[in-house]
Each structure stands twice: as C-alpha cells, then as structure tokens.
Design a binder for this molecule. Structure first.
Ligand code: ADP
Ligand code: MG
Length: 605
C-alpha cells in the first residue's frame, strides 16, 4: 500500500483556497477580476456583515453558457490561457483557473450566468466544494457570483477574520483599487443594503482618479505622461503639499492590474526626494503599460506582484518623468529661500549635506533615508567622510536606559556652536563635533509627552474656537469611529457627524498649531494601516507617533539659544533620546579623529 496519495479534489481546492482566499476582500478581488475579464461595464458588489455573511457580485459581462459554467467551477479550468506560451503573455487579470473552485470549497456558493444570446441562465449551487444543485433560471445577461458564510467549513480560517469594520475596510480598499484602474466601468459597493461607494462610468481616467483620491487632493494633482516604444507611463500625482504617512496612497497599475512594486515605489520616492518630509509618502495613481511578454504576473498566487523583464528601464524612466513633472509644477522647499531669482537649479543641490540616499527597509516595507557610506565617501562630494557611525546610532531603548551616557544630562551639557541650515544643531563636546536633527528631537519629545499624558489619563486638551469637520474614506471612518473613546483619552475630542464625516472639538495642547484636517486624516490612515481594533494600545502608540510628527518644529526653522537649550534639556529627560519615534537617530557624532583625517593631519598632531 503506497503511503503517498493524490489528494481528493475538494481537499486540494481547500488548500488552494488557503493561498488565494485569505479573507472576504480576496473573494471580492477574484470575482471582480473575473467580471472585468468578461468585459463587464457595470458591476454591483453587495456585502453583508463585512463579507462574512454575504458577498454578491453581479456583472453585465459576456456570461457563460451551461457547459462553460460547469467547467468554470473545476480546478484548473480557465478560458484565458491554453498553451505554455500564453503564460508569458497574459492579457487578462485571471489565468490560474482556481479562484471559483477555491472559493466554492470554503463557502456556500451560487453561480448564475447567462450569455447575451441565450434566453435562460444556469444556476449552480455548491456547498463546501460539493455540488448541491444545477438548474436553469431566468436571469439578466451577465454573471452573478454569490458567496455566503465564507469559511463556514474551515473554522480555523474563520477565527482569523477581524471585525466587520476591518473586513469591510479591506473590501472597500479592494474595490477602490479596481475602480481606479477601470474608469470606464461603473462600480457600486453596498454594505447591508446601503450604498457606500458609487463610481459612474467615465471616459476620463483623471475624473476617476480625482473621485477616488478625494476633493482635497484634486487641486494638487498634475499629470505625467510618456510614450516609448515598449513602455508607456501615465498617471496623476499630487504635489508634495499633499502627502500621506504611509505608502498606500500611491496606487500602481501594470497593464490594468493593481500591484505593489518596490522598484516603482522607490523610483517615485527618489523623484520626490527633498520635497517630502521624512516618513511622508506621495499620493496619486500611476499606470504602466508594457507588452504582455515583458512582465511576469505569475509570481504570487494573489497576483499582487509582478516581475519586469527590464526593471531598470522602467525605474529610470519613471524617475525622470516624475522628477521633471515635479520641477515643472513646484519648487522644492529649499529653493524658495535659496533661489529667489526664480530659476530652477538642477543637478547639484545646495543642501547636499542633507541628502541621503533612499533605501528599502525590507522588514517594514517602508522607504527610509539612511546615511550611505558610498554616497558620503564619493570623491566629488565635498562633504566626504563627514559622518562616522556614532555609538548613539545603534542604541535601542534598553541600551539608552542602561547607558551611563544618559544618566548624566548629555545633550544639555554640550557646547552649542550654532545652527546649520536652520535644521541641525551644531554642538561640540570633548570628543568632537555633534550634529543634532532638531526635527527628530522635537518629535521624540512630543511623542513621549503624549505617551505620558496617555498613561496618566490626563489629556491636556484645548477646545477649538471653531470645531472642524473632517471627511474620511469609508475604511478610515470605520476604524476611527471604533477608536473614538481611545482618541478622547489621548486628548482628541472628536465625534461622528453623519456619514464618513467627523467633527473635531478639541486637540491636545501641544498640537495646538497642527493642521487638524491633516492630523485626523493621518491618524485614521494609521489606524487602518495597523489594524487598530485588534491591538488598541499598539494602535494608539502608532497614532502618537503620527501626532508627534504633526506639530513638531520642522526642519528650516531658526531657533534662538534659549529655545535650543530648552529643547536639549527636554531631550535629556526622554526615555530614548537617541531616536525619533520612527527610529531614526536624533544625533550623529563626527569625532576629532575624522576631522583631523580630513585635513590630512592624522598622526601629526
Ligand atoms: P481564471 O479567472 O483564472 O480563469 P476562475 O476560476 O476565476 O479562473 O474562473 C474560471 C473561468 O470562469 C474563467 O476563465 C472564465 O472563463 C469564467 N468566468 C468566471 N467568472 C466569470 C464572469 N463573471 N463572467 C464570465 N465568465 C466568467
Ligand atoms: Mg479569475
């Protein structure tokens, strides 16, 4: 008796479902892809109970006759590819032939479909992968897929589902991602019979982009466009005046498919370099078109990642196009001061000393600026050899507490030399030169103040003269609503104001000069990003970081000696004075030996 067996089909479908169907939003994504592949121009998405009880997608696409419909629910049944070579030139969103059988294996599933040229439709009912009933029914042309009680037969999966609002937030994100890429298609999303998103057909992609990104972003959008032989890039990006605290605000499409791609993200961040504050990300939508054989979409079961044949070319083209468009549309902040005459300097920038290359941090998937040895020691760079890794760079909070350095007041004991570019404090101690990033310092102080207030539950908040209303996206509104009482304890007094709108009545005193609209939006974004409902204390810490960032002394602010000393004094009282809340260093040391080496004095003194 052999020990190895071929798995029964129901079981192998369930295993495939494990990869493809992670949560209700994954079902919505797969089914929407099918509707779009079928040429639908009108799609209705009806959700019940955050997708746990009901997901129903109806389209006016080409439909299936009864033979095709029966095949569609078989594993590896697809109309989209036939031979090997098709796999390397995919022009449709789907091609794996496993979505429908996977979904049907973990739910109570109904498929109704009718091609335009037939009078009747077919209805197929499946429960937990077992065919329950097949019949002919009256139906409009097109297809309806209904998924009830997702994961009813896989309790382990069901346990991992989050609250209704969280799941609905994911579904809403999915619909937004699809809608942005397919402006010619009408999308409507309903939850518990209430319409929550509605995008009528438009022939103008800019209109859909604007509708999705919101009224506030619209005036700041500019278009980018380039057409090369095997590469077309178009899109709308927002000027750096509008930015987000995380990278999700940049929507990326490759041949109509919404994807996440580090290379593209990196190119865009490079283009915005020097225009956005650290930790801020651009907003917009980018559409990349390449010949189907120049991109591999069969990289991941959820098809969210792609691999380009020539990613260098795409990176460099994108960087150039976005950078030029930005130069044409706005001038970086430093130029307003440095270049009053109005001409745009290019190439070497006067504030090169601040320039640090952007690299990816694999774990956090965030792009961060970090000092790079290669950049700093490049021969043409006159600031060569300026930074040596100071001990402070690698301190963790634990180190910081234990270190003898922090037992004595350190920062306030430094001799102040001055301020560099109104952004860095230049100090010295007996070992050499010390540069302190004043923005990072202020963020650290503000973060710890907010956290202390939170812990003692004594928020020092200040009523606004005029309460301010803030309108949010559905997902953001849902998480914010769930976190209202926690926010209240942090000193943000905010109440629902109907729909996705909230009214802010008070904010913490230390944020008194913050832009309230941006502040609340960023907090809500953060809550969505960290999945607030599940670990509220973690989520609140994340919000504090966002808040700390908001009313901090920005770079480029002149400070007098008294203000600087007050700042350094407060820094000395912080738990982790060596880092801003995002984890970047607040200070670096350039020791005397380095200075001497740069002057060629090593060993001579
Ligand atoms: P894939 O999309 O990878 O081909 P699916 O399991 O998602 O695999 O769907 C199987 C097949 O069923 C598709 O290839 C398509 O021919 C057909 N199909 C699925 N949904 C629809 C729809 N909404 N309209 C028309 N045909 C559909
Ligand atoms: Mg499919």
């Amino acid at each position: 008796m052999p020990r190895i067996k071929i798995l029964p089909e129901i079981l192998s479908n369930k295993i495939a479902a494990g990869e493809v169907v992670e949560r209700p939003a994954s079902v919505v994504k797969e089914v929407l892809e099918n509707s779009l592949d079928a040429g639908a121009t009108h799609i209705l998405i009806e959700i019940g109970g955050g997708g746990r009880t009901l997901i129903r997608v109806s389209d006016n696409g080409r439909g299936m006759d009864s033979d095709d419909a029966m095949l569609a629910i078989e594993r590896y049944a697809t109309s989209k590819i036939q031979v090997d070579s098709d796999l390397f030139a995919i022009g449709t969103l789907g091609f794996r032939g496993e979505a429908l059988p996977s979904i049907a294996s973990v739910s109570r599933f109904t498929l109704i479909s009718r091609p335009r040229d037939q009078d009747e439709g077919i209805e197929i009912k499946i429960a937990g992968g077992k065919l329950v009933n097949v019949s002919t029914v009256g139906a409009p042309p097109g297809t309806m897929v209904e998924v009830r009680q997702l994961f009813y037969n896989t309790p382990a999966r069901r346990k991992f589902l989050k609250t209704i609002n969280t799941e609905l937030g994911h579904i809403s994100d999915t619909v937004v991602q699809m809608a942005m890429g397919w402006p010619q298609v009408h999308f409507e999303l309903k939850h518990n019979s209430k319409t929550i998103k509605l995008w009528p057909t438009t022939s103008d992609p800019a209109q859909r982009v604007a509708e999705v990104l919101g009224r506030n972003v619209l005036p700041h959008l500019f278009q980018i466009q380039t057409d090369q032989e095997a590469l077309a890039i178009s899109g709308w990006l927002a000027s750096s005046k509008v930015s987000r605290s995380f990278s999700k605000g940049l929507y990326l499409y490759v041949n109509g498919r919404f994807v996440r791609d580090r290379m593209v993200q990196h190119a865009v961040m490079e283009a915005y370099r020097g225009r956005l504050m650290k930790g801020r990300f651009p907003v917009g939508a980018l559409f990349i078109k390449v010949p189907a054989d120049q991109v591999d979409v069969n990289v991941h079961p959820t098809k969210h990642e792609v691999r380009f044949a020539d990613s260098r070319q795409i990176h460099d083209t994108l960087l150039q196009v976005v950078r030029e468009a930005l130069i044409g549309n706005e001038r970086p902040a430093w130029q307003h001061k440095a270049d009053q005459s109005g001409k745009i300097a290019s190439g070497s920038t006067p504030d090169r000393v601040q320039e640090t290359p952007l690299v990816f941090n694999r774990n956090s998937q965030r792009i961060q600026a970090v000092p790079s040895a290669a950049k700093i020691t490049a021969p043409e760079n006159k600031y060569q050899g300026q930074t040596q890794e100071p001990p402070g760079l690698n301190f963790t909070r634990e180190d910081a507490k234990q270190s003898s350095l922090w037992k004595e007041p350190f920062f306030s004991s430094l001799a102040l030399i001055g301020q560099l570019k109104n952004a860095y404090l230049v100090c010295e101690d007996k070992e050499g030169l010390i540069l302190i990033d004043q923005h990072a310092v202020h963020e650290r102080i503000r973060f710890e103040t907010l956290r202390k207030k939170g812990r003692q539950q004594q928020p020092a908040s200040q009523m606004l003269l005029m309460p301010e209303t803030v309108e949010l996206g559905y997902a953001e509104a849902a998480v914010l609503e769930a976190a209202l009482s926690d926010l209240n304890q942090m000193g943000i007094e905010i109440e629902p104001f109907g729909g996705n709108t909230f009214v802010v009545k008070a904010i913490p005193v230390i944020l008194s000069r913050a832009n309230i609209h941006e502040l609340i939006k960023d907090v809500a974004d953060k809550l969505v990003a960290v999945g607030s409902i599940d670990d509220i204390s973690h989520a609140m810490d994340a919000c504090r970081i966002v808040m700390a960032c908001h009313r901090s002394i920005r770079a480029h602010q002149a400070l007098n000696r008294q203000e600087i000393m007050a700042l350094l004094n407060q820094l000395d009282h912080c738990e982790d004075p060596a880092h801003c809340p995002h984890g970047r260093p607040t200070w670096i040391r350039i020791d005397l030996a380095t200075v001497e080496k740069r002057f060629g004095r090593t060993g001579n003194l």
